[in-house]
Ligand binder design. Structure first.
Ligand SMILES: Cc1cc2nc3c(=O)[nH]c(=O)nc-3n(C[C@H](O)[C@H](O)[C@H](O)COP(=O)(O)OP(=O)(O)OC[C@H]3O[C@@H](n4cnc5c(N)ncnc54)[C@H](O)[C@@H]3O)c2cc1C
Length: 306
């Protein structure tokens, strides 16, 4: 029997594991892929305190995983399929490999990139359409690329791709960017990057792989196309909360898990941390902080202290 079962081994999950194990709890982390989560998709993390040398996301994930390795934490490389009795004092976690009992659960399942929903997006996924510039960009050296979106991720992706792509075009649906000013300024002075505003993707086209991105002007409806071998979609994230919902955990209308200030969900002994929960900011630092709060709340619950 585990005291604390954490689902997801991203920043939130690994931080929760450190706090739960240091709280003396028998702790397990279930991770369906490899630990690190979304942060491994970025080439530069410039805003995590204590790491002034701007590590890659993979390096920061490795550092956090190594830190967690100091403690008595069990890591299971298994995806959680179901949780039985999520509202009971003993809950059963079901994976393909087995069933495990736990007294508390922390959902740290994070989020996934949003799909655009344009024609051809699915057809060319993995053949030019990508959701991760850092993962796929290097295959497109000296080619032209578009980045769809106007937030920090889109602007970071464009700067990253400009290191080796011939031309990079940012396509933003409106005139306003969500990206921070410093990033916008860096992009504006990069000779390889062109920003197009009021431009939305119509559809993706090509023979066996992406060759052209058809676009339309959202203000005038004028249509055209851009030759590009790579299109990175960076329009935000959608929470991975289906598992939580399926066992009765309450979410907001956008699917993010609702919590109180202790990060407790609506079911007894169930908590949520990181990008999967309702939060004003979704970053590595807030995910790590959430993990600490959720685990401390789980420890207090198990010790009978509110
Ligand atoms: C391209 C990009 C660039 C970014 N740049 C920055 C940056 O510069 N600075 C910054 O602070 N933040 C950045 N972020 C945001 C930051 O990475 C996230 O906010 C943070 O990593 C979220 O951590 P998390 O643990 O909540 O979720 P995630 O990182 O999403 O981790 C969730 C984990 O849960 C696992 N999981 C999901 N469901 C299950 C299941 N059923 N069973 C088992 N495992 C499961 C997933 O495989 C995943 O590993 C960036 C994100 C992206 C995508």
């Amino acid at each position: 029997m585990y005291d604390v079962a954490i689902i997801g081994g991203g920043a939130a999950g690994m931080s929760a594991a450190i706090y739960a194990a240091r709280g003396g709890m028998n702790t397990v982390v279930f991770e369906k892929l490899s630990c690190g989560g979304q942060m491994t998709r970025t080439n530069e993390i410039d805003n995590y305190p204590g790491f002034a040398d701007t590590p890659s996301g993979a390096e920061l994930a490795e550092a956090i995983k190594n830190h967690a390795g100091k403690f008595d934490i069990e890591f299971k490389n298994e995806g959680v399929k179901e949780i039985r009795g999520a509202d009971c004092s003993v809950k059963t976690i079901v994976t393909r490999r087995g069933e495990y009992q736990t007294r508390t659960v922390i959902f740290a399942t994070g989020a996934s990139p949003k799909k655009l929903g344009a024609d051809g997006e699915e057809k060319f996924a993995g053949a030019g359409v990508s959701y991760c510039a850092t993962c796929d960009g290097a295959f497109f050296k000296n080619k032209d690329a578009v980045v769809v979106g106007g937030g920090n991720t889109a602007f970071e992706d464009a700067l990253y791709l400009a290191n080796f792509c011939e031309n990079v075009y940012i396509l933003n649906r409106s005139k306003r960017f969500r990206a921070v000013k410093t990033l916008v300024e860096k992009v504006k002075v990069n000779p390889k990057i062109t920003i197009y505003t009021d431009i939305a993707v119509d559809y993706f086209d090509g023979a066996n792989a992406l060759e052209r991105v058809y676009v339309k002007n959202t203000a005038t409806n004028e249509r055209g196309f851009i030759n590009a071998s790579l299109a990175v979609i960076a329009i935000g994230i959608t929470p991975d909360s289906a598992l939580a919902k399926s066992c009765g955990v309450e979410t907001c209308e956008r699917g993010f898990i609702k919590t109180d200030m202790y990060l407790a969900a609506n079911l007894v002994g169930v908590f949520a941390a990181g990008d999967v929960r309702v939060s004003p900011l979704r970053q590595v630092i807030t995910a790590a902080a959430d993990g600490a709060v959720a685990a401390t709340s789980a420890v207090n619950y198990l010790n009978g202290v509110k």
